[in-house]
Design a binder for this molecule. Structure first.
Ligand code: ADP
Length: 296
């Protein structure tokens, strides 16, 4: 079983001809509300692919909280570990997207900021996945519970902030995109160089490092070398949530017993699928949908 300790956000997406300038009011041409947040996205991605997933996090006692819990549960995720804060509001992401697909995102963390060490009960987990849309305290607790339970701990330090030492040393697998890798290292890195990726893994002192490379796929870096999973050539429609689809799929396959390399190949396919469909969770495939898409 996989336990995801992470965020849930109500995504409010406004379509605009162009992004607003300072002091300006614009009329949106479209408005959509959807279930999002990195933790929820990753949990849904893994669950749709057949993994047994529990999500730990927090929402408010408002209508948005109900919408998120229902949506995530409908994808098969166990949401009994998601606390409802009677006096808190549900996290929200306000997303402006222009006609060219450029975006501006503002996140109001709401209840996500209240996830505390006490909320993190990762009983029965073989794999624990966490990220940075919740406080350090909760992520560190997730890592500690993972180790106490002899489970593996996967960290997706996104959106990036400094990785506390208490966390870094507990990581079994770190998943980052190219921007996060540069921020984590505090230096530029040429991700086309195997030597530089191996050096990055050593500097971060993690046993296994997976770097997503957008349309170019992903690289899995471990003691046995650098393995590259090429990107699948697709017509990208909306890449939002592709990274979360990738991470959820990766952990689903690792939990099913795949080696890092095989899990990375699988995850790039799921990430590519997500890029070909609008939205985040709505762009994630079940195993059957993925098989049909890969054959088609
Ligand atoms: P993030 O969304 O976190 O910035 P990436 O852009 O690296 O992460 O995308 C994550 C994964 O999604 C990639 O490893 C790849 O599998 C898939 N992906 C993203 N964009 C594309 C694309 N344009 N074509 C094919 N696959 C893509």
């Amino acid at each position: 079983r996989i336990v995801v300790v992470g965020s849930l956000n109500l995504d409010r997406t406004y379509s605009l001809g162009r992004l607003p300038r300072e002091g300006e009011s614009l009329h949106a041409t479209g408005h959509e509300v959807a279930s999002g947040g990195k933790g929820a996205n990753q949990a849904v991605a893994a669950s749709l692919l057949g993994a047994d997933v529990r999500l730990v996090g927090a929402v408010g006692a408002d209508a948005a909280g109900t919408l998120l819990l229902d949506a995530v549960a409908a994808s098969g995720v166990d949401v009994t570990g998601v606390r409802r804060r009677p006096d808190g509001s549900t996290g929200e992401a306000v997303i402006f997207v222009d006609d060219d697909g450029q975006n501006l995102i503002v996140i109001s963390p709401g209840a996500n900021a209240t996830v505390a060490a006490d909320d993190v009960a990762t009983v029965d987990a073989d794999w624990v996945l966490s990220g940075f849309e919740i406080p350090d305290e909760a992520v560190i607790a997730a890592a500690h519970h993972a180790h106490a339970a002899d489970a593996r701990f996967v960290l997706n330090p996104s959106p990036f902030r400094l990785i506390p030492d208490a966390l870094r040393h507990a990581v079994d697998v770190m998943v980052v995109n190219e921007h996060e890798l540069v921020e984590a290292l505090g230096a530029a890195v040429d991700s086309s160089s195997d030597a530089e990726l191996q050096q990055a893994r050593a500097s971060l002192s993690v046993p296994q490092l997976v770097v997503t490379l957008g349309a170019a796929g992903a690289a899995a870096v471990s003691g046995s070398g650098v393995f590259r999973a090429p990107g699948r050539a697709v017509t990208a429609v909306d890449t939002s949530g592709a990274g979360d689809a990738f991470t959820g799929a990766l952990v689903a396959r690792l939990a099913a017993g795949d080696a890092l390399e095989a899990a990375t190949v699988f995850a790039t396919q799921v990430g590519a699928h997500a890029a070909t469909r609008p939205g985040t969770q709505s762009s994630y495939p079940t195993s059957a949908e993925l098989d049909r898409w890969l054959q088609g």
